[in-house]
Design a protein around this ligand. Structure first.
Ligand code: THU
Length: 159
């Protein structure tokens, strides 16, 4: 029989009441930042917030460009800002919220492939797992305990 490597991944489905005050504050920051996104081309606004080890909470949103590929996702804006300004503070928790300008309710969101590889970079840099909280239209939150749940066979860290 052919040999294979298998992995299983897991996402927790949480209700707001299962989150602590800090996690709720982080999610609310992602929602606030989403509303300030610069997304005139896709009209899909994304907010991301990040808790650092020193307790600092940062947030950012997607920044689009008329030359479409120049645009950058909310997650990479906030992670880059964090590492540029707090290079010795490990990121612990990342929250993401998204909404299409046409819709009243939130859109389901899970980080794109580039953002997953970026999250992985900072897990490796700090040897610290990053929890990822993804808001859903129902109000439920999908939580990944670390980037391996979203990116199991990654480029530079096959574990
Ligand atoms: N976007 C994010 O900000 N984060 C993601 O994880 C996926 C997509 C942005 C990029 C673009 O500005 C818009 O959403 C539509 O793809």
């Amino acid at each position: 029989m052919a040999k294979k490597i298998s992995k299983s991944v897991c996402l927790h489905i949480l209700e707001q009441g299962e989150l602590d005050d800090g996690e709720l504050a982080l999610i609310s920051l992602a929602e606030k930042s989403m509303k300030k996104a610069y997304a005139p081309y896709s009209k899909f606004t994304v907010g991301a917030s990040l808790l650092l080890k020193n307790g600092e909470m940062l947030s950012a949103n997607n920044q689009e460009n008329a030359a479409f590929p120049v645009g950058i996702c909310a997650e990479r804006v906030v992670l880059s800002y964090a590492n540029a300004n707090f290079p010795d503070q490990a990121p612990l928790k990342l929250a993401i919220a998204a909404q299409s300008i046409r819709d009243e309710e939130y859109s389901p969101i899970s980080p794109c492939g580039l953002c997953r590889q970026t999250i992985n970079e900072y897990e490796l840099k700090f040897n610290q797992e990053i929890e990822i909280y993804m808001l859903n239209p129902s109000g439920q939150i999908f939580k990944a305990d670390n980037i391996s749940q979203l990116l199991p066979f990654k480029f530079n860290n096959f574990k």
